[in-house]
Design a protein. Structure first.
Length: 332
């Protein structure tokens, strides 16, 4: 009897253990399935948010290109527009390519978010063959400042746009008086002038004129119209491109100058055609410029760096002088 009782007790214990095991396994299975469903839901949500952010960034880049148009329609020497404000902290990516007849200006945007990663890759870039933006390669902030200057070499080649964020500060050490006056007259933000580099804000970009100190981020020399970037690279400027030394970076600057030279070349041939028409109608007026324009178009088309500005400076000045000498049939 004792043996039978023990057997029954053992059988009941096994049944309880089996039920407990089945119960525990059921819960574990439910938890695992629940975790998988939750993971998939979160993953899908994050992917959806990421896709929405990509679409939003692409749209912001397009809108930014439109908002820059008023700065390009000025007829004076310089023009500023009200600051462009973003709904959230934003990164604007400024890029440049030499593909095509005039090359292309590329603008892409990444917006920050409190969900998921703060920053994702930028959206699809908007491309513009007729914009020339000089800035850092990445501009970060919730507000950007913009002003423009025409570039003439010798005729108007394009409108240069200079962009920086509300987080960027510039310190100009001993700038030319005309630069200081123009910046003050336009009311440009975050730009200070000083006689001593030690008076610059710690994190400001230091632009030195007439001096070359180790602390300078950029050295601008009016003697040979050169720009010496921190790191050793040298570029050259002419006219309003001096502002490119203040706001831009070497690689981007060089790309934009080459694009401008491409446009300069195409315009030379357009003015050559115009001269031919005027010469036929007005007894040879402007005929003397035709050989110069043809040669100028060839030289500027072959520009591979900003050194082309220096190489073609004499031809630029000579063309300007000859055109200014024409009374009734100026080409530009």
């Amino acid at each position: 009897m004792i043996t039978g009782q023990k057997q029954n007790d053992n059988d009941e214990g096994k049944m309880k253990n089996k039920r407990g095991f089945e119960f525990s396994f059921g819960w574990m299975f439910a938890l695992i399935i629940g975790a998988v469903i939750l993971f998939l839901a979160i993953y899908a949500t994050v992917k959806l948010i990421g896709t929405e952010r990509d679409v939003q960034s692409t749209e912001v880049a397009k809108q930014l290109g439109i908002l820059l148009i008023p700065a390009e329609t000025g007829f004076g020497e310089g023009k500023s527009i009200p600051s462009i404000k973003f709904a959230t902290e934003t990164r604007v990516y400024n890029n440049c390519t030499l593909k095509g007849v005039f090359g292309e200006q590329l603008i892409s945007v990444a917006t920050s978010s409190s969900l998921g990663k703060k920053w994702t890759a930028p959206g699809i870039a908007s491309n513009y063959p007729n914009k020339y933006i000089f800035s850092s390669s990445i501009i970060e902030g919730d507000e950007i400042n913009v002003f423009s200057k025409p570039f003439n070499f010798p005729y108007k080649t394009g409108e240069l746009l200079f962009i920086w964020s509300n987080k960027e500060h510039f310190c100009l050490i001993n700038p030319p008086s005309e630069i200081e006056k123009e910046i003050e007259s336009l009311g440009l933000k975050n730009i200070n002038f000083t006689q001593q580099i030690t008076e610059c804000k710690e994190k400001s970009r230091k632009i030195c004129f007439y001096s070359s100190l180790p602390e300078c981020d950029v050295v601008v020399s009016s003697n040979d119209m050169s720009i010496r970037w921190k790191g050793g690279q040298t570029s050259f400027y002419d006219g309003s491109l001096i502002y490119g030394a203040i706001f831009s970076e070497p690689k981007l600057y060089e790309c934009q100058v080459q694009r401008l030279m491409k446009r300069t070349s195409e315009l030379a041939y357009i003015y050559l055609g115009k001269s031919s028409i005027l010469s036929a109608r007005a007894g040879g007026c402007s005929q003397g410029l035709q050989a110069y324009l043809s040669d100028y178009g060839k030289k500027t088309a072959n520009a591979t760096s900003s050194y082309a500005l220096r190489e073609n400076r004499f031809a630029n000045e000579e063309l300007k002088r000859m055109n200014d000498g024409l009374q009734a049939c100026k080409l530009w």
